[in-house]
Structure formats: structure tokens, C-alpha cells
Ligand binder design. Structure first.
Ligand SMILES: NC(=O)c1ccc[n+]([C@@H]2O[C@H](COP(=O)([O-])OP(=O)(O)OC[C@H]3O[C@@H](n4cnc5c(N)ncnc54)[C@H](OP(=O)(O)O)[C@@H]3O)[C@@H](O)[C@H]2O)c1
Length: 264
């Protein structure tokens, strides 16, 4: 696993909190250069201050605004010449029923989780093509495998990532570009606090599903292991991830089980 990250330039979005922050800290001793992106520059600087071995570069960006992504890629490439791994992790969740969610909120979640995500990968494709190598690591969710209460827009944004990147994987394999889709279950991060309610305000609560979820550090370790193995898909979390297989094999039983689960 160490070899996979050795002398690599790794770019992480959503690096200011939760899984992205844990990935950056876990990568510190494994890789050479870490580019840390999210909106909150102070929080990114705080993460960078915990990195003692790798070179860090804080590069704020907003996934809801892809107009400057080519410029961001240019900044990174002029500084480090290459990007070996993009961990496209930044995202926002939802805590509201369909009937209570405005179209504006649905479009915002889609912009951040899907359009922002694919735009950054696309801006980086020419660089990886020139290198004849690269790995796009895409943070989906088990909600990218099945719908769930209060997550309609979130779940659709994550499902969309699978269709897009499974296609891109087929197209880009010949150019040495790999795709790893990551589907975490319940992970202990502030994601529920940052999630949007139907009117766009923050849910602002630490849900039990998160409070009792897998620690972000353990999640990050499992994800890095899967990235190093060049896995096409990584499922990570507690027993909830078994629901993915259950849906595939026994969809009717899956429905009976999933509807009894707590939304929070
Ligand atoms: N925690 C879970 O249970 C779980 C389960 C499945 C999947 N995931 C996925 O894992 C990823 C990370 O989530 P997390 O659990 O670590 O949650 P988190 O602690 O809330 O972190 C989310 C990260 O995304 C960034 N972000 C949000 N909106 C952004 C925007 N418009 N532009 C740029 N960055 C933005 C945030 O930074 P700023 O606010 O500084 O921009 C933050 O760094 C997400 O894609 C999420 O869907 C999480």
C-alpha cells in the first residue's frame, strides 16, 4: 500500500472536515504532496497544520461553481507538474422529504455533489492523459446504490456519479486513467449537521446514524487500502453496507428491511 502513494501528488476535495480530513492525515506519511481543497480556507489551513511529512498546498474551491476549475488545475500543475490521484470527496447531504424540498435545494445538491465533481475530474483529464496515468477516486455513498428516507436529492446525486464514472472508466482505461468509486455507509463525521433541510437551512444535528457510525479514521484507512489495490468499487462502513448486496439479490426483502431503518 505504501508504494501506491509514494512520490505521488494527491488532490483531496472536502479536505476541511470528516472523511477528507481523515484521508489527508492518514496520507501524511504515505505520500509526498497533498493538495487540500474545500471552501473554508481556515479549516483547510488547520488540517494542513496537522500534516508533518508531506508538502501541503491549500487551494480553496467551491464545487457549486466550476467556472474556475481549469484555472485551479493550471495552478496545481504549474506548481507540482502533475496530479496522480484526485480524491473527489467534497459533498453535502440532505435531511428532508421530497414534498418539503424546494427545487433550488435539489439543484444545489446536484450542483455540488454531481456537476462540481464531474467538472473537476474533466478539467483534470488532459493532465492525466498527458501523464498516461492517473486515478480518479469518487466519493459516492451507499445512498448511491439505493434510495433512503430524507435523501432523495442526495441519493440521486450519488446514483448519477455511478453512471458517469462507469462510462468514463470504460473510455479512459486505454489512457491509463483508473476510476475507484467509494460507497461509505454510516461514518462518524459532521455530515448530518451540514446537511440541508428542505428550505436550504442546515439540519444542524448530529444524527444517531453518524454518532454511532464508523470512525472517520478507520474509514479513511479502509478507503486508502482499496485505492492502493486499484479497486473499482469500495464499500466501507458497518453492517448497513450489507444492504447493497441484499438489494441486488433479494429486492423485495431489501424493501421490507430498509423501510424499518431510522432516517436519522
Ligand atoms: N459521513 C457519512 O456517513 C457519509 C456516508 C456516505 C458518503 N459520504 C460522503 O463522503 C463525503 C465527505 O463527507 P463527510 O462525511 O466527510 O462530511 P463533512 O464532514 O460534512 O465534509 C464535507 C466536506 O465537503 C466540503 N464541501 C461541502 N460543500 C462544498 C462545496 N460547495 N464546495 C467545496 N467543498 C464542499 C466541506 O468543506 P467546506 O464546507 O469547507 O466547503 C467538507 O470538507 C461526501 O461526499 C459525502 O456524501 C459520507
Amino acid at each position: 500500500m505504501l508504494d501506491h502513494f509514494k512520490n505521488k501528488v494527491v488532490w483531496i476535495t472536502g479536505a476541511s472536515s470528516g472523511i477528507g480530513k481523515a484521508l489527508a492525515i492518514e496520507l501524511d506519511q504515505k505520500t509526498t504532496t497533498l493538495i487540500l481543497s474545500a471552501r473554508n480556507q481556515d479549516a483547510l489551513e488547520a488540517v494542513a497544520s496537522k500534516i508533518h511529512h508531506a508538502t501541503t498546498f491549500v487551494l480553496p474551491l467551491d464545487l457549486a461553481d466550476s467556472s474556475n476549475f481549469e484555472e485551479k488545475v493550471h495552478t496545481v500543475v504549474s506548481k507540482f507538474n502533475r496530479v496522480d490521484i484526485l480524491i473527489n470527496n467534497g459533498g453535502i447531504s440532505q435531511r428532508a422529504e421530497v414534498r418539503d424540498t424546494t427545487e433550488e435545494v435539489e439543484r444545489h445538491i446536484m450542483n455540488v455533489n454531481y456537476f462540481g465533481n464531474i467538472a473537476l475530474s474533466k478539467a483534470l483529464l488532459p493532465v492525466m492523459t498527458q501523464q498516461k496515468s492517473g486515478q480518479l477516486v469518487i466519493m459516492s455513498s451507499i445512498a448511491g446504490k439505493f434510495g433512503f428516507f430524507l435523501r432523495s436529492a442526495y441519493s440521486d446525486s450519488k446514483h448519477a456519479l455511478h453512471g458517469y464514472y462507469e462510462s468514463l472508466r470504460l473510455e479512459e482505461e486505454k489512457n491509463g486513467i483508473l476510476v475507484t468509486l467509494v460507497c461509505p455507509g454510516k461514518i462518524n463525521t459532521p455530515i448530518s449537521k451540514n446537511a440541508l433541510t428542505g428550505d436550504g437551512s442546515h439540519h444542524d444535528k448530529m444524527d444517531n446514524n453518524q454518532k454511532n457510525g464508523m470512525p472517520a479514521k478507520a474509514c479513511a484507512k479502509a478507503i486508502l487500502k482499496g485505492i492502493a489495490k486499484k479497486k473499482m468499487e469500495i464499500l466501507v462502513g458497518g453492517k448497513e453496507i450489507k444492504a447493497v448486496k441484499l438489494k441486488r439479490l433479494l429486492p423485495a426483502i431489501f424493501h421490507k428491511v430498509i423501510k424499518k431503518q431510522s432516517p436519522n
